[in-house]
Design a protein around this ligand. Structure first.
Ligand code: HBI
Length: 99
């Protein structure tokens, strides 16, 4: 699957506004977005990761993430273009939709 191009200009600004409102933070240096999710317990956290993994496979777009007990730290960026693309937005939206 061809990688989309990096988000630029107004589209990028609008995306970052929406993501920030949803609790994501932007790392300008890496041009990546990160968010920490906290769940009721480990099983809930792992269930989230399972659902996200299915979407990552569907999108052929994978998170950088770590899990400690009921917390999942997620970072999204498109490695092939070293920055944010619409795939990062899509996966972030999917993750937020099932939390
Ligand atoms: N996931 N986040 C992210 N970024 C990529 O560039 C990427 C990926 N998953 C699979 C993938 N690229 C493949 O298309 C190959 O480019 C590795």
């Amino acid at each position: 699957m061809a990688r989309p191009s990096k988000l630029e200009g107004a589209e990028r600004a609008a995306a970052l506004t929406a993501l920030t409102a949803a609790g994501w933070t932007h790392d300008a240096k890496r041009d990546a977005i990160s968010k920490t999710y906290t769940f009721k317990n480990f099983v809930e956290a792992f269930g989230f990761m399972t659902k996200a993994a299915i979407w990552a496979e569907k999108l052929d777009h994978h998170p950088e993430w770590s899990n400690v007990y009921k917390t999942v730290e997620v970072t999204l960026s498109t490695h092939d273009v070293d920055g944010l693309t619409e795939l990062d937005l899509k996966l972030a939206q999917k993750m937020d939709a099932f939390t």
